[in-house]
Design a protein around this ligand. Sequence first.
Ligand code: SDX
Length: 431
Amino acid sequence: MTESTKSATLSLDGNDYDLPIYSPTAGPDVLDIRKLYAQAGVFTYDPGFTSTASCDSTITFIDGEKGVLLHRGYPIDQLAGKSHYLEVCFLLLYGYLPTANELEKFETTITRHTMLHEQMTYFFRGFRRDAHPMAIMVGVVGAMSAFYHDSTDINDPHQREIASHRLIAKMPTIAAWAYKFSIGQPFVYPRNDMDYASNFLRMCFAVPAEEYQVNPILSRAMDRIFTLHADHEQNASTSTVRLASSSGANPFACIAAGIACLWGPAHGGANQACLEMLKEIGTPDRIPEFIARAKDKNDPFRLMGFGHRVYKNFDPRATVMKQSADEVLDLLGVENNPVLATAKALEEAALADPYFADKKLFPNVDFYSGIILEAMGFPTSMFTPIFALSRTVGWISQWKEQLDDPAHKIGRPRQLYLGETLRDYVDIENR
Ligand code: SDX
């Protein structure tokens, strides 16, 4: 924790209270209010925590005004262009770019953890075939704590590291098997001679009846989607993982909680909701109707894939994703994809509309990802599981960082109580 070099003074009911100020390496200063309630008897009020720093961290920095996203200081466009997902996993977990030997050792370790305990196949079979893959992922990941007892002790750094590797390695297998189960096809086992993204594509699309050749451009695009979703500071699902971990819950339970939070359409579920919205719009001539609905205060409809709690500029991930979308659709000969045409027309119309410009609502990471995933052959129900697969390394890196902080304690927000004050029970005959 950095030292405080200045403070702010709060004057309340004739008393002055000094609030230490900490300055970060990047971003806004923070006011330390930890002693405020003890000293002044008041809480701060910040529903949704939009002005609250819940922790200090060295993993990811976002500048929402400038559209900047750094992982351990490296900008996301450089990582997406020059690195690959497992190297970014190493960077997020350990804080530096690995040497060639370190990377080879890490990739070998992850590769050798991609299989699931065979007994876990029965979990998938317990679901209805039409279960949403996110429901299966929440269940199966939570159930990992019933199988991998040798990596649930959060006080043992060695077990924490094994749990981290197991989660990164097994999420593609779990996501792919959730998909296979939903379409009634047999599970395809991971292979140790394939890279992470190629393995995932093969586990999703191969069938025992024939050899499956992974298209290197598609596996590169898949790997880039993993990288673009890897971590994103203290977003809702990461904050959920941190809060679950603060009670001492095991890593598999914490990640299952993060998956559950990510599922919502305001968060990771937006990529599925965005593609469904683009399909509902259908053709560019219907865009004005939907933009009018998004602007109508009395209509709960929002443009899925637009806006962000932090970015008030372009989401830098959306920029890279848009380039990827063009590459993949050109490769697949579907550059005339009607959904992409509608997406581009919608983006143009929204950015030209004062409502979106004034409220700084720009396309976010979810706006183009769904188009790529659909072009690759994934159903919309697999979009958020792929987001969860990608974000696991971010969740587990933030989980690890919190546990490495000896000062960490259980999270316990307070409230502004507006309910009934003390009153006596009334017997039913007197009501
Ligand atoms: C992710 O936090 C993260 O980092 C998340 C994420 C990550 O990597 O973890 O980046 C991933 O979740 C991306 C966001 C995906 N969600 C969507 O695309 C769903 C559609 N977007 C919205 O639901 C919304 O923009 C949120 C939930 C993302 C943000 O909501 P906020 O914080 O309420 O947005 P805001 O304060 O900037 O809104 C300002 C105004 C409001 O209107 P007023 O009250 O000022 O009149 O803009 C309106 C909002 O109602 N608004 C929208 C809108 N988003 C905000 N109006 C129409 N369409 C939208 N999409």
